[in-house]
Design a protein around this ligand. Structure first.
Ligand SMILES: [Zn+2]
Length: 67
């Protein structure tokens, strides 16, 4: 079984959106959502429940969790 593309759950408190986003699209999808829905405010984010698990991977790939 191969599963190259991990999906990452994102949540947006402000509009109640949840979605599973392929890791390779994560940055683009988050940015697009925030641009479209929240005037570029970083409201939508990776689900905190999995953010810890993914922190290393995501931070390494995308730098999203820096700081
Ligand atoms: Zn939103």
């Amino acid at each position: 079984m191969t599963d190259d593309e991990s999906s990452v759950p994102i949540v947006c408190d402000e509009c109640g959106t949840t979605a599973q986003i392929p890791l390779s699209d994560l940055a683009d999808q988050l940015e697009a959502h925030n641009e479209r829905m929240h005037d570029g405010e970083p409201v939508a984010e990776v689900d905190p429940d999995v953010a810890d698990q993914l922190a290393d991977l995501v931070a390494d790939e995308l730098g999203l969790l820096d700081g």
